[in-house]
Design a protein around this ligand. Structure first.
Ligand SMILES: [Fe+2]
Length: 447
């Protein structure tokens, strides 16, 4: 990448950039959330054990800030590095994952100082006349990179058994107890437009661009699979019955010695699950979380159902009926319509420090009656992560290219996803063995 602003804009969406004051607010907020998520941890917890699925937390908060500095200040404006050897510490493409625990990292105080310095410099540069036009896209990109990592820091705390994070605004969502939501929504078949519209204000490379696909009619669950439903699968020998698993899934199950979801154990009164550092009984009507794609696939086989393709998922979320038994050409922005994410419509932004019952948030229903498709948990789909036919790479090549063909697509966002990050066309992607991410799934009837 040689010039930043212009090339990023050319590769990006066609919509107007975010107003400067709002973008500066996001920059400060993203940085604050980053530091809030680790503020209560001691120095040992800030490093943590070497695991393939986590980063040392102290390294991660520095890396996020290094990314912002590198793309906005250094490449975008040609400014010198705040810390001379920063690339040797925090460049995730250059520093192998398992060596990050051996680095001599700046101290907590030095890292927090670096975060504060970069945040204020970026805010200052954005406030300069006409800066948003040049830097707006790349600065927003960096905010969303923060957003991805703050979600990851949240489930890293779950992985490592740390306490739930103390965050302002947590626990302010609507009540979590709302009960079950059984049954399917009927989605008509026809031509569906999959992917991001060119008029979007901001998209990631892998959402580009909208293109037609043909769908057969299908019946999709109105809600994700609950803990109670998943417990029935476990109780019916789900993890012991070879016929319920694909070859790769059975190999994974054997390797992982999996007998239940990763954070479940048998207690005196039945299954319990670990929520950060506390054990609690299952909540029967909340969605099952922290299951990998293989576990989702095995559950589907047991239930006589299947995972939706990502096109089916998206059509169920934002498609509309045409009134004549087919799909309309119009799509909604979100399942509930074109209005913004609110706490009544979706569980996001850590308003709940976890999931809610699947019947909660009726105001967020899609045109076909599917609930909580945005927020609560990312949902595994059957689809492999591949470029769309009209894919266009952004300046940050590593966002998608290295991962195509190796991962499965998840949709919808989770309770620790920022609402400013989510779109109904957003694609997340993990390898099918990941159980640490905030993921569940919903099922589709066999045709
Ligand atoms: Fe990163």
């Amino acid at each position: 990448m040689t010039t930043a602003g212009a090339s990023w804009k050319a590769a990006g969406a066609a919509g107007e950039p975010l107003p400067t004051a709002e973008l500066i607010g996001w920059v400060r907020d993203a940085s604050q959330r980053l530091t809030d998520l680790v503020a209560d941890l001691d120095d040992g917890q800030l490093i943590g054990p070497r695991l393939p699925i986590v980063n040392p937390l102290l390294w991660e908060i520095g890396h996020v800030t290094w990314f912002q500095e590198t793309f906005v200040l250094r490449r975008g404006l040609g400014e010198p590095a705040v810390i001379g050897h920063a690339d040797a510490i925090w460049d995730s493409a250059a520093i192998p994952h398992d060596t990050r625990w051996q680095l001599i990292l700046p101290s907590r105080e030095e890292t927090l100082g670096y975060i504060g310095e970069v945040t204020e410099r970026v805010a200052d540069r954005l406030a300069r006349p006409d800066a948003t036009r040049q830097l707006g896209y790349i600065a927003r990109y960096a905010v969303h990179h923060h957003d991805m990592h703050t979600e990851a820091l949240t489930y890293t705390r779950q992985t490592l058994g740390y306490p739930p994070p103390a965050l302002p605004g947590a626990g302010t969502g609507p009540p979590a107890e709302a009960g079950p939501l059984p049954g399917d929504a009927e989605v008509p078949g026809g031509r569906y437009l999959l992917g991001a519209d060119r008029g979007e204000q901001f998209v990631h490379d892998n959402e580009k661009w909208v293109h037609p696909v043909q769908l057969a009619p299908f019946s999709i669950a109105r809600a994700p699979v609950t803990q109670g439903e998943y417990a029935a699968f476990v109780g019916d020998g789900g993890y012991r019955r070879r016929e319920l698993w694909g070859d790769d899934g059975w190999a994974w199950r054997t390797r992982a010695a999996a007998q239940a979801p990763v954070y479940w154990r048998r207690g005196p009164g039945g299954w319990e699950r670990r929520d950060f550092d506390r054990w609690m009984p299952l909540e029967a009507h909340r969605p099952v979380s922290h299951v990998c794609w293989y576990e989702a696939e095995a559950y589907c086989r047991w239930a006589g159902r299947r995972l939706p393709s990502e096109a089916e998922w998206e059509a169920a979320a934002i498609g509309e009926p045409d009134g004549a038994g087919g799909l309309a050409s119009r799509r909604r922005r979100f399942p509930w319509g074109d209005g913004p994410v609110t706490a009544q419509r979706a569980v996001m932004d850590w308003h709940h420090l976890g999931t809610v019952d699947v019947a909660a948030c009726p105001a967020g229903d899609s045109a076909f009656g599917c609930r909580q498709m945005i927020g609560t948990l990312w949902e595994w789909t059957a689809s492999a992560f591949e470029p769309y036919p009209n894919f266009e790479q952004d300046a940050y090549r590593d966002n998608s290219w290295p991962w195509f063909g190796q991962r499965k697509v998840l949709r919808g966002g989770a309770w620790a996803t920022r609402s400013r990050f989510i779109r109904s066309t957003a694609r997340n992607y993990f390898t099918p063995d990941r159980r640490d991410v905030l993921a569940g799934f919903r099922t589709v009837a066999l045709g």
